[in-house]
Ligand binder design. Structure first.
Ligand code: SF4
Length: 413
């Protein structure tokens, strides 16, 4: 077992795919052999191109940072044939390599469970392929569409809903395919919200991403653009001034990201959120409930408080999708409900995300939460508060004479 750092010169040889690089890396000094990438010069460490180029993508490389037995390495190599491995140096630097239960490690390092349990769940439980109207464009809900621009991500999250795509080797939609998506959106005037996603769409060069955003913005009935990305978590260096200046031209743009654990909210990540906000791009967080990573009230409260301090709104907490090879992350629904119950009332409402289950077969998201209504009487509800105290709340029928023709269905029932 060995935990020395890779020479930077060796790391910098690695190929990039989605990023379009124009310049060569400057000469590099050697990394620290003591603590991950400690000795990488700050100008390289802060350069997203360097971070992306130097992703750890083989078990042999990983074993130079994380203590792994020969047996573990052999198992991981087997797993990575089906579900490849990719970790940015930045994200790896957040990990305690000596703790097998470290939340960063659990999210990024392959485990044999991905294969032994991959008979449970399905590859595409949300049936995104069935709802694709043209390649890469999912139209499931009436007024919004999802554009999948690439399957490339800087870090491959072991719990990913789209891990079925990883073995396709990394692709970006061609200009022709993007034009086909835009043509569909042009023809469907009911579409007011376009979600740009992947993979991670911010692995595209800023110029290429701008072409897509410009194309969307030329469609008058599109009101908002949303970008789904995890670069704030795994490659915050990507949020630079060039990108923010570009994004600021095509608003309103909302950005949804995916912090799962308070350890991920670093100074770099907070700075990335700040830059986006200054460019007029609000950031929301959509975390996934993952066993042993964040399935406790304490971790969720710490995560949501840290998000708010970084001016990010905790938006959704997702039940982990039933994707093949992710069963070791699944929790019961009751566990999620207990977490929300332990948060609601005990901290500010802004810090409590909506817990949702994305239903299989494309059924859509449904919110799930603790039930505070204990009994429904004719004109009363019996409710409990967050401390378990019981109250009776008057619940009158809506009055036709006051202008509403709607009966209160809860009372009628
Ligand atoms: S960033 Fe998102 S799409 Fe990419 S691997 Fe992680 S969960 Fe999957």
């Amino acid at each position: 077992m060995k935990t020395s750092a890779l020479p930077v010169s060796e790391l910098s040889q690695k190929a990039t795919s989605a990023f379009e690089l124009e310049e060569e890396d400057p000469p590099l000094s050697l990394c620290s052999s003591k603590h991950l990438f400690k000795d990488v010069p700050p100008n390289l460490w802060g350069d997203w191109r360097w971070q992306f180029r130097n992703r750890i993508s083989t078990v042999a490389e990983l074993s130079r940072f994380v203590p792994l037995s020969d047996a573990e390495q052999a198992q991981m190599s087997l797993v990575s044939i089906k579900y490849p491995l990719s970790i940015t140096p930045y994200y790896l630097s957040l990990m305690n390599p000596n703790d097998p239960c470290d939340p960063i490690r659990l999210q990024s390092v392959p485990t044999s469970k991905e294969l032994s349990q991959s008979l449970v769940g399905t590859e595409d439980p949300l049936e995104e392929k069935e709802h694709s109207v043209v390649p890469g464009l999912v139209h499931r809900y009436p007024d919004r569409v999802l554009m999948v621009l690439t399957d490339i991500c800087p870090m491959l999250c072991r719990h990913c809903t789209r891990k079925r795509e990883w073995r396709n080797g990394g692709w970006i939609r061609s200009p022709k395919q993007i034009e086909a998506m835009l043509a569909y959106i042009r023809q469907h005037k009911e579409i007011r919200d376009v979600i740009v996603s992947g993979g991670d769409p911010l692995t595209l060069s800023t110029a290429r991403l701008e072409e897509v955003l410009m194309g969307i913005r030329r469609i008058p009935h599109v009101e908002i653009i949303r970008i789904g990305t995890r670069v704030l978590v795994v490659l915050p260096q990507r949020i630079d001034h060039e990108l923010c200046n570009m994004l600021s031209k095509y608003g309103p743009i909302w950005l949804n990201t995916h912090f799962n654990h308070p350890k991920e909210i670093t100074a770099e990540a907070t700075q990335a959120c700040e830059l986006l906000l200054r460019a007029g791009v609000p950031v929301n967080n959509q975390s996934v409930l993952l066993k042993r990573v964040n399935d406790s009230v304490d971790t969720q409260v710490k995560l949501c408080h840290a998000l708010l301090r970084s001016k990010v709104r905790p938006y959704y907490l997702f039940q982990c999708d039933e994707v093949a090879g992710t069963e070791h992350f699944w929790t019961s629904i009751e566990s999620g409900v207990r977490i929300i119950q332990g948060m609601r009332g005990f901290t500010s409402g802004l810090a409590v995300p909506t817990y949702v289950v994305d239903l299989p077969k494309g059924g859509g998201k449904i919110p799930v939460g603790p039930d505070y209504v204990l009994e429904r009487r004719n004109t009363e509800l019996v409710v409990r508060n967050y401390q378990g105290e019981i109250f009776t709340y008057t619940n009158l029928r809506d009055n036709d004479e006051c202008g509403s023709a709607i009966l209160n269905e809860m009372v009628v029932a």
